[in-house]
Write a protein that binds this ligand. Structure first.
Ligand code: 1PR
Length: 550
C-alpha cells in the first residue's frame, strides 16, 4: 500500500483519520521529528483544539519550517480543521500567534447573537464556480453532499478574492455567514470539515486527494431536493451500555433510568439486553445516524482500567463508523485499583486515542458547577471540563444532564429557576423546576438545570446532551418546555434527548424548539423505527437532513 505521513504533534482523535486513510487503501506513517518531514511525499496535518495551541506546538516542535518547505517543494499537503486554519495568516482566536501564511486571509469567530456557537454538524462544501453553472468539483466534493464540521472560528468568504490568486474554494453557510469549507491550489488542499467523520462523502474526498484526482466527473447520488444549503438537523443514535448479569457488555435501555425487566409490578428482573454495541453502532451509521453516542451507564461503580471493554468498543466501532463518536460515563478523576491517581484529562485521553471525538461528562459536571457557585462563579482551571476543553477544544466536551421535574406551588416556593408548565401535576400545580441528579439519577442535588448549563458553558463545555428522567423511555415525545428553557439560557448547542417514540417526535422538537440536534434510543433499539424513517419523515415535513451516501 502507498503511504501517507501524518504529523504526530497534538492530542486528539487521529485514530479515525488513520482508519479512514486505511479504508481508502493507504498506509499511515507517523512523523515525530521535524527532520522526518522530508521523508513525506504526502503530508497530512490533522488539527484539533485551539489555533494558538496548534501553531505553538508546531513552532516549539520545530515543524513550521519543514512544513513550509514541504509545501514550497510542490509535494502534496492536506490540512484538516485546525490544519486548514494553520494555513492562514492568523486567527481572532489567538491574534498574537501567526499562522503559516500560505493563504492571505484571517479567521474570525462566528457571530453567536442568533445562532449556536460552536458550529457543530453537517453542512455543505460547494465549489464557488459551481453556483448556477456546470459543477467542477474539488477532490470529489459534491454539491449535494454534507460534511461534518465542528468549529467556532472560520475564514469568511469574500467572492473572487482568493480565486484571483488561483485558489479553488468550496463554501458553506452558517446562518447569514458564508465561510470557507475547503480550499485547494496546486499541491495544497485543506478542509474545515472533518472528512474522516463525514461518512462516504468524506471517504470519497480523502481517496480523491490521495489518488491525486483533483477534478472528478460528478455523478450525483442524491436527488436535487437534497441540494439545499446550510446546516442540517442532526439525528443521533444513543447506546446505553452496561454489563449484564452474565458479565457481557450489552446495549440496554431503561424507563426513567431503570434498565431491568419488569417482574410483576416491580422492576428487579434481568438487565434488558438489546444487542451488541459495535454491531448496533454500525447499523445506525448505515441507516444514516449523524452521530453515535455511547453511555457507559454504570461507570460510577468502576475504575477506568476496568473500563477497557469500552475502549475496545470504541476502537472497533471507529473502524467502520465514519461519523462522530461520543463516549460518556466515568469521565472524571479516578483512583485506580492499585491506588494510582488518574486525572480526568488522562481518562479522556484514553478515550480520544481509542476513537472518541467527544467525551460526555455527567456527575462530575454537577459537582464542578456546585463548586463554581460556592466560589462566587470563579473558574478554578482544575475541573475536568476546563482541562479537557483547553487541551482538546470546547467541541470535544459534552455535558450530559440528567434532570427530574420538581413541582412547587409557585415561583416563590423555591430558590431555583422555575417554569410555568402546560402539564400540571396531580395536585394541579403548574410551576416546576428541573433538579440536577448524579450517579444515573440516583442522587438529587440542590442545583437546577439552568444553573448547571450556564456554569458548564462558562467552564468551556461545547455542547449539552439534555436528557430528562421523567421522559426517558416513555415514547411520549421530548420535554419541549425543558429544551427551550435550556436553549434560551446558553449559546452552545443542545442535543434534545429522552422520550422519542416515533419519527413525528423529532419533527415536533425541531418545529417547536430551537434545539440543534435530537437523540433517540429505545425506538431504534427495539426496531420500531430506523434512523432513515426519522429522516424521511423530517424531509417530508420540509426539514433539511443529511442522507447517507453509497
Ligand atoms: O455520571 O459522568 O459517569 O455519566 C453517566 C452517564 O450515563 C450519563 O450521561 C447518564 O445520562 C447516563 N446514565 C446513567 N444511568 C443511566 C440509566 O439509564 N440508568 N442513561 C443513564 C441515560 C439517557 C439517554 C437515553 C435517552 C433516550 N440514558 O441516553 O438514551 O433518555 O432514551 P429514549 O429515546 O429511549 O427515551 P457520569
Amino acid at each position: 500500500m502507498p503511504s501517507v505521513h501524518l504529523l504526530d504533534y497534538v492530542a486528539g482523535n487521529v485514530r479515525s483519520l488513520v482508519n479512514a486513510i486505511n479504508k481508502v487503501g493507504y498506509d499511515v506513517e507517523w512523523i515525530k521529528f521535524p527532520e522526518e518531514v522530508r521523508n513525506a511525499e504526502i503530508l497530512i496535518l490533522p488539527g484539533v483544539g485551539h489555533f494558538g495551541h496548534c501553531l505553538s506546538q508546531l513552532s516549539s516542535g520545530g515543524f513550521l519550517e519543514p512544513i513550509k518547505e514541504h509545501i514550497d517543494s510542490g509535494k502534496r499537503f492536506m490540512g484538516i480543521c485546525v490544519g486548514l486554519q494553520a494555513l492562514f495568516e492568523g486567527s481572532e482566536e489567538d491574534p498574537q500567534i501567526p499562522g503559516l501564511g500560505v493563504i492571505p486571509s484571517r479567521l474570525r469567530k462566528f457571530d453567536d447573537t442568533s445562532k449556536s456557537v460552536p458550529h457543530i454538524g453537517w453542512n455543505s462544501a460547494k465549489t464557488s464556480n459551481s453556483e448556477g453553472s456546470e459543477a467542477s468539483n474539488i477532490y470529489g466534493l459534491r454539491e449535494e453532499s454534507k460534511y461534518y464540521y465542528v468549529h467556532s472560528y472560520a475564514a469568511p468568504y469574500e467572492p473572487g478574492v482568493l480565486e484571483k490568486q488561483g485558489w479553488s474554494v468550496a463554501t458553506a453557510h452558517y446562518g447569514e455567514e458564508k465561510f470557507i469549507g475547503a480550499i485547494a491550489r496546486g499541491n495544497v488542499f485543506a478542509t474545515q470539515f472533518h472528512p474522516e467523520k463525514s461518512g462516504q462523502a468524506g471517504l470519497r474526498t480523502i481517496r480523491a486527494f490521495l489518488d491525486g484526482e483533483l477534478s472528478q466527473k460528478q455523478e450525483p447520488s442524491l436527488p436535487s431536493s437534497a441540494r439545499r444549503d446550510g446546516l442540517t438537523r442532526r439525528v443521533i443514535a444513543c447506546l446505553d451500555v452496561r454489563t449484564n448479569d452474565q458479565g457481557d457488555l450489552v446495549v440496554t435501555k431503561g424507563d426513567q433510568y431503570d434498565v431491568r425487566e419488569k417482574s410483576g409490578v416491580s422492576s428487579g428482573g434481568q438487565v434488558r439486553n438489546l444487542g451488541k454495541p459495535v454491531d448496533m453502532a454500525r447499523k445506525y451509521y448505515e441507516q444514516g445516524a449523524d452521530e453515535v453516542t455511547f453511555l457507559n451507564i454504570t461507570s460510577f461503580r468502576n475504575c477506568p482500567l476496568q473500563d477497557l471493554p469500552m475502549l475496545e468498543i470504541l476502537r472497533r466501532t471507529s473502524e467502520t463508523v465514519f461519523v462522530p463518536l461520543t463516549i460518556g460515563g466515568g469521565i472524571r478523576e479516578m483512583t485506580d485499583t492499585d491506588g494510582t491517581q488518574i486525572s480526568a484529562l488522562d481518562v479522556a485521553k484514553m478515550y480520544f486515542q481509542s476513537g472518541a471525538d467527544k467525551v460526555s461528562i455527567g456527575s462530575d459536571a454537577v459537582i464542578a458547577a456546585e463548586e463554581y457557585y460556592q466560589n462566587g462563579k470563579k473558574l478554578s482551571g482544575k475541573t475536568a471540563i476546563e482541562q479537557i476543553s483547553k487541551a482538546y477544544g470546547n467541541q470535544a466536551v459534552v455535558v450530559s444532564v440528567d434532570p427530574k421535574r420538581v413541582y412547587v406551588s409557585g415561583p416563590g416556593a423555591t430558590n431555583h429557576h422555575t417554569i410555568k408548565t402546560r402539564f400540571p401535576d396531580a395536585n394541579g400545580q403548574d410551576t416546576c423546576w428541573y433538579q440536577c441528579t448524579i450517579k444515573g439519577g440516583r442522587e438529587m442535588r440542590d442545583l437546577d438545570v439552568r444553573q448547571l448549563v450556564q456554569a458548564v458553558e462558562a467552564m468551556g463545555a461545547g455542547e449539552i446532551l439534555l436528557n430528562c428522567i421523567d421522559k426517558d423511555g416513555s415514547n411520549s415525545g421530548f420535554d419541549l418546555e425543558l429544551i427551550q428553557d435550556v436553549k434560551d439560557a446558553i449559546k452552545i448547542p443542545v442535543i434534545a434527548s429522552s422520550g422519542a417514540g416515533k419519527p413525528a417526535h423529532f419533527e415536533e422538537v425541531f418545529a417547536n424548539t430551537t434545539t440543534d440536534a435530537a437523540l433517540g434510543a429505545g425506538m431504534f433499539h427495539r426496531g420500531e423505527f430506523t434512523v432513515d424513517d426519522v429522516k424521511n419523515h423530517l424531509v417530508e415535513k420540509g426539514f433539511l437532513v443529511r442522507r447517507p451516501e453509497k
